[in-house]
Design a protein around this ligand. Structure first.
Ligand SMILES: Cc1cc2nc3c(=O)[nH]c(=O)nc-3n(C[C@H](O)[C@H](O)[C@H](O)COP(=O)(O)O)c2cc1C
Ligand SMILES: C=C(O[C@@H]1CC(C(=O)O)=C[C@@H](OP(=O)(O)O)[C@H]1O)C(=O)O
Length: 378
């Protein structure tokens, strides 16, 4: 499967065209809209979130609630477009000249030979993650048919850290109570950190954990660098605005320990087949899923737009100045978690389609089920 998206932060709309989704997939628009709503949430978001109420509009490739096998076009309209269209088209509108450290501003105008940073902001903005979330949520809808599910939580904001182990019970509690992490107490500490940063005119990043359940062993492959599932997931995570590090399972901690403390010992039982005593590998070995939960941790840098701005250089005068400040989030880690879990599900859906193929849900499901039987007999 593949997709391309287009759109600008204050343009008319975001659009994505998805190709390769099998026919007869029942589209659950409520699930897609739920993910879009969650992406807009979280403490620390800016004023734009009060203007938008993102809703998916599927305009091709679906008839009577089911995919037809044709390319699927997804649209999200920007309500704020009405407030911006005149000034964006007015050549006399003031140009943005003071690039923000940590953003695409300076590299963008150099590379594209532009003289208004607005032209870079519009496409580099993380508003694009709305359409990316909807494409990922479509993959989540698809994967539900194979009982593959995803959960994410915030594990760190500033000095507030959620160290609790992931349990089925913990996931249920967090989902039912709509907590961003595993406990109310920890969430309060995270909110406090964000408030402190906000009061200082500063910003914050943090860490997110994503857990994907019920992935069969054998997605991805060891045979070629670009088929490795961990590499693909890491690439997907790193392409999200502001993500600077990705860990699978134990992640960077593997460098500190002996092999006997890192590798997951192998067991076998008649009903489960092969399984591991631990899951330090985060469900992937040799570029392939191993049947355990896939666990990904991603680190997000602090938001680059600061109310007390950092030093910069005016691109027209070349004189020292302070970077531009405009309406912005203070912390978008919970939102990035929603983006990341859906972006990860897109990669898993691609790996499922690569392995099992099929042009209809019947064909793909039959292939998937017969492989699962084959694996159980192994
Ligand atoms: C959901 C989300 C919301 C964001 N909101 C803002 C924001 O309001 N202001 C801002 O300057 N950066 C925001 N960012 C971060 C920037 O988009 C990001 O730092 C920038 O694109 C450069 O990131 P990169 O160096 O990783 O490419 C947000 C990121 C995400 C994922
Ligand atoms: C500023 C960025 O992301 C923001 C993310 C975002 C959203 O819907 O998530 C909405 C936009 O809000 P606004 O109209 O206030 O600019 C973006 O600005 C950025 O990434 O640079």
């Amino acid at each position: 499967m593949r997709y391309l998206d287009a759109g600008e932060s204050h343009g008319e709309m975001f659009v994505a065209v998805v190709e390769g989704m099998p026919s007869n997939l029942i589209i659950d628009e409520d699930l897609i809209n739920y993910e879009l709503e969650k992406r807009q949430g979280g403490y620390g978001r800016g004023g734009r979130m009060k203007i938008e109420k993102d809703k998916i509009n599927i305009v091709t490739g679906v008839r009577q609630g089911k995919t037809t096998g044709a390319p699927i076009t997804l649209i999200i309209r920007n309500k704020d477009y009405e407030n911006w269209k005149e000034k964006l088209n007015d050549p006399l509108n003031e140009k943005i000249q003071r690039p923000r450290p940590g953003h695409a501003d300076l590299n963008g105008i150099i590379k594209y030979d532009l003289d208004d940073i607005r032209d870079i902001i519009e496409r580099s903005s993380a508003r694009q993650t709305s359409i990316r979330t909807s494409v990922g949520a479509l993959a989540t809808v698809f994967l539900k048919n194979f009982n593959i599910k995803v959960h994410s939580r915030v594990v760190q904001i500033g000095s507030a850290i959620d160290n609790s182990p992931v349990t089925e019970e913990g996931i249920k509690i967090a989902e039912a109570s709509d907590l961003m992490c595993s406990s109310k107490e920890c969430e309060e500490k995270m909110i406090e950190e964000i408030t402190l940063a906000q009061e200082k005119g500063d910003t914050l990043g943090g860490k997110i954990e994503i857990i994907i359940k019920n992935v069969p062993a054998g997605l991805g492959s060891h045979v070629q660098w670009d088929k490795k599932l961990d590499a693909r997931l890491a690439g997907a995570m790193m392409s999200i605005q502001g993500i600077k590090a990705v860990e699978i399972g134990m992640g960077s901690e593997v460098a500190n320990l002996h092999g006997s403390k890192v590798h997951d010992e192998i067991y076998y039982s008649k009903d489960k087949g092969y399984y591991r005593g631990t899951n330090n590998a985060g469900g992937i070995e040799g570029g392939m899923s191993n049947g355990e939960d896939i666990i990904i941790r991603v680190s997000m840098k602090p938001i680059p737009t600061l109310r007390v701005p950092l030093s910069s250089v005016d691109i027209s005068t070349k004189e020292a100045c302070k970077a531009v400040f405009e309406r912005s989030d203070v912390c978008a880690v919970p939102a990035a978690g929603v983006v990341a879990r859906n972006a990860a599900m897109w990669e898993i859906a691609c790996a499922v389609m690569e392995k099992f193929g099929g042009d209809s849900m019947k064909e793909t499901t039959n292939n998937f089920n017969s492989y699962k039987e084959q694996v159980l007999k192994k």
